[in-house]
Design a protein around this ligand. Structure first.
Ligand code: UT7
Length: 318
């Protein structure tokens, strides 16, 4: 028995924040942002766009595209680092909003690797026979976690949610997924909880030592994608689509180069969405599918890298 993606969905807030808007907020330029990151605009959550609301809307669309009723879901997993509450989890709010049965529901904190993490966990539950259908979501409101006056972070991030329904299948879907972490880099990319015990807490915002994260991300992702093919015993020439984490176009290009893949075989949403953290890979997958580029049976590689550090990949037939 394999697990397979049955359908995907997205939700993006209506508010668009362009590079020109950012020029009015901080000391930056469209030229700098475009050249260093590839980002032109991103979406910013409005008053009604909570993480749970966005996750629910993306999930509704994923259920619809999978032809699955909410009552069929056996497990709900949400990758997020910006849930409004420590508890109730975003996953339990999604369970209620969708009218799912009283199935297990939990949030997984793995920063930008959140969606790859939840896909791997769903795969284990499905392959063990414990679940037949699992709802996996990546959702984050990262723009609100940034210091609005810090040009090193505010230009990079956007908000959104992406989801997929994964189900048991006799046909091969997920071929190989593997996850990693290395906490020795923990201080290069951090997002503190606002402390209930320390009202004088100074660090409240997302912090990133960008150029150091960049170097580790490029090396790690290059190694990750080649290791994935080696472990799967497959040739990277067979790959149809790379669905990468959308942090920086230069990182995406370096990973594609390592795979010998032209950019016409890479799903890029970064230019219009920025880095949406746990939602990024899910949003890119949904865009690839809905635009008709990703077709059933094609070989797809999803990869992500984020705070922790955490990283991972999923090689699958769509
Ligand atoms: O998703 C989780 C994983 N995250 C990532 O993978 C992100 C990895 N890092 C990056 O994508 C890049 O490091 C950044 C896009 C964040 C930064 O690009 P960079 O080429 O590494 O630039 P830098 O941080 O080395 O900064 C170069 C210069 C600095 O000025 P000086 O010291 O050379 O005078 C910065 O102060 O650019 C300056 N700078 C800016 N200038 C205009 C930094 N941010 C900005 C800005 N606008 N927004």
């Amino acid at each position: 028995m394999y697990s397979r993606v049955l359908g995907t969905g997205s939700y993006l807030p209506a508010n668009v924040r362009t590079n020109a808007d950012l020029e009015r907020m901080v000391d930056t330029s469209d030229e700098w942002i475009t050249k260093r990151t590839g980002i032109k605009e991103r979406r910013v959550a409005g008053p009604g766009d909570t993480v749970a609301f966005m996750a629910t809307e993306a999930s509704r669309r994923a259920l619809e595209s999978a032809g699955t009723d909410a009552s069929e879901i056996d497990l709900i997993l949400v990758g997020t680092s910006t849930s409004a509450y420590a508890f109730p989890s975003t996953a339990t709010l999604v369970q209620h909003a969708l009218g799912c049965r009283n199935v297990p529901a939990m949030d997984i904190s793995a920063a930008c690797s959140g969606f790859v993490y939840v896909m791997d966990i769903a795969n284990q539950y499905i392959r063990s026979g414990a679940c037949r259908k699992v709802l996996v979501v990546g959702a984050d409101i990262i723009t609100a976690a940034c210091d609005q006056t810090d040009r090193t972070t505010i230009v990079l991030f956007g908000d959104g949610a992406g989801a997929a329904v994964m189900g048991a299948s006799e046909e091969q879907g997920l071929i190989l997924s593997h996850l990693h972490s290395d906490g020795s880099y923990s201080q290069l990319l951090t997002l503190p909880y606002v402390s209930t015990q320390d009202p004088a807490q100074e660090n409240r915002f997302l912090y990133m030592k960008g150029n150091e994260v960049f170097k580790v991300a490029v090396n790690t992702l290059s190694r990750l994608v080649t290791d994935t093919f080696e472990l799967a015993g497959m040739d990277k020439g067979e790959l149809d689509w790379l669905v990468p984490h959308q942090a920086n176009l230069r990182i995406i290009k370096a990973t594609a180069d390592r795979l010998g893949l032209g950019m016409d075989r890479v799903i890029v949403t970064l230019d219009r969405q920025g880095n949406t953290s746990a939602a990024s890979v899910a949003l890119a997958l949904d865009e690839g599918v809905r635009s008709g580029r990703i077709q059933r049976g094609q070989l797809i590689l999803l990869e992500a890298f984020g705070g922790g550090f955490t990283w991972g990949s999923v090689l699958m037939r769509y």
